[in-house]
Ligand binder design. Structure first.
Ligand code: PGA
Length: 253
């Protein structure tokens, strides 16, 4: 079954509002006319509103890097899904390994954030992935299983139609050390099998699973050639519009 590819850029804590607008003006031209895949960029919160206005009508989706579960409340420093929606956001990255490992977000928080995102009618990109020591100890599948079971517990398949999963091995993020296409495919196939167990095979076949971790123009084509790799979540290499547009086009040169 053909799944529509999604190439997503996660800018992390990079770019001011001015830098974001300059990027978008250039990037819009570079990817104009591409209709056979979905493209998303996730700037920092401060740039979302203006980015949303600049992206309107271009087909490029706007993403956010996290969201709180409540619509509003006494949660200093957090941003609600309703606020993101007003800015024109479509996708929200949830459970990124930097949120888990640097800011202490646990599976239960991630489940709640996911719920809030879905409730607002936004599409979550749930990030999962093992750390180096977990891979070396042969625990990759066990970690993926725990992260997915806990994040998706209590949901019915009908609630999760817009879910996207990103497999991001922590040892490959920002390290220049990409998982081989075989390693990515193996993990993606495991995740799809688990989704099938939890929610049925029809559901699992529809869900897009992105690979993330040192994706660059040099490796995108090989990764995308794998049957269970439905797109990419790109950090560092999404910060330059030329480089990211080459990834979007699977230009390996
Ligand atoms: P990277 O980051 O492409 O810089 O490795 C990926 C991510 O963290 O989503």
């Amino acid at each position: 079954m053909a799944r529509f590819p999604l190439i997503a850029g996660n800018w992390k804590m990079h770019k001011t509002v001015t830098e974001t607008l300059n990027y978008i003006h250039r990037f819009r031209e570079l990817v104009a006319g591409i209709e056979d895949r979905e493209i998303m960029i996730a700037p920092p919160f401060t740039a979302l509103y203006l980015a949303g206005r600049e992206l309107a009508g271009t087909g490029i989706r706007l993403g956010a890097q996290n969201a709180h579960w409540a619509e509003q409340g006494a949660f200093t420093g957090e941003i609600s899904p309703v606020m993101l929606k007003e800015c024109g956001v479509t996708y929200v990255i949830i459970g990124h390994s930097e949120r888990r490992n640097v800011f202490g977000e646990n599976d239960e928080m991630i489940r709640k954030r996911l719920e809030g995102v879905l409730k607002a009618g936004l599409r979550p990109i749930l990030c999962v992935g093992e750390r180096l020591e977990e891979r070396e100890a042969g625990r990759t599948f066990e970690v993926l299983e725990r992260q997915i079971r806990e994040a998706l517990s209590g949901f019915a398949p009908g609630d999760l139609g817009e879910l996207v999963i990103a497999y991001e091995p922590v040892w490959a993020i920002g390290t220049g050390r990409t998982a081989t296409p075989e390693q990515a495919e193996e993990a993606h196939r495991y995740v799809r099998g688990l989704l099938g167990e939890l929610f049925g095979d029809d559901f699992a076949e529809k869900i897009r699973i992105l690979y993330g971790g040192s994706v660059k123009p040099e490796n995108i084509a090989q990764l995308m050639a794998r049957p269970d790799v439905d797109g990419a979540l790109v950090g560092g290499a999404s910060l330059d519009p030329e480089t990211f547009s080459r990834i979007v086009k699977y230009e390996t040169l």
